[in-house]
Design a protein around this ligand. Structure first.
Ligand SMILES: [Ca+2]
Ligand SMILES: [Ca+2]
Length: 136
């Protein structure tokens, strides 16, 4: 369950970003819906600083899920590749060889909890997820 947006948060020049990591395994669409219901969205990682902050959060906690959904779907074809809000990727942390669309329809993006790299996988896969709430 979303337990609230009080912590942990980072503040940059223009806004404050708070994160909630949930280790219940659900599909990308369901994770996206739950984040929205909590007033946020699946995390968009726009800089190395944001990735580092999230990496620290993930590493601090022992997860019983191998991967967490982040906020990108409709990954293929390549020219559509972006965050679900339409924003183009300004930063990426793909694992070597990813995104590879290996099983066809690997249209959603997960972040592995062991090494924090991104992989494209099928959206019906069951993962934990990270919600973000950004306020200006
Ligand atoms: Ca973000
Ligand atoms: Ca893949």
């Amino acid at each position: 369950m979303i337990s609230g947006w009080t912590e942990p948060c980072i503040t940059d020049d223009t806004s404050r970003h708070c994160y909630e990591i949930v280790d219940t395994r659900i599909t990308w669409v369901n994770a996206s819906e739950l984040c929205k219901r909590g007033g946020g969205h699946l995390v968009t990682i726009e800089s190395v600083e944001e990735q580092t902050f999230i990496t620290d959060l993930v590493m601090k906690k022992k997860f019983n899920v191998p991967a967490l959904w982040i906020g990108s779907d409709k990954l293929h074809p390549e020219e559509q590749r972006a965050w679900a809000n339409g924003e183009k990727f300004s930063y990426v942390n793909w694992a070597k060889g990813e995104p590879n669309n290996l099983l066809i329809d690997e249209d959603c993006v997960e972040m592995r909890t062991d090494n924090i790299t991104w992989h494209d996988v099928r959206c019906a896969h069951l993962n934990g997820y990270i919600c973000e709430n950004s306020r200006t």
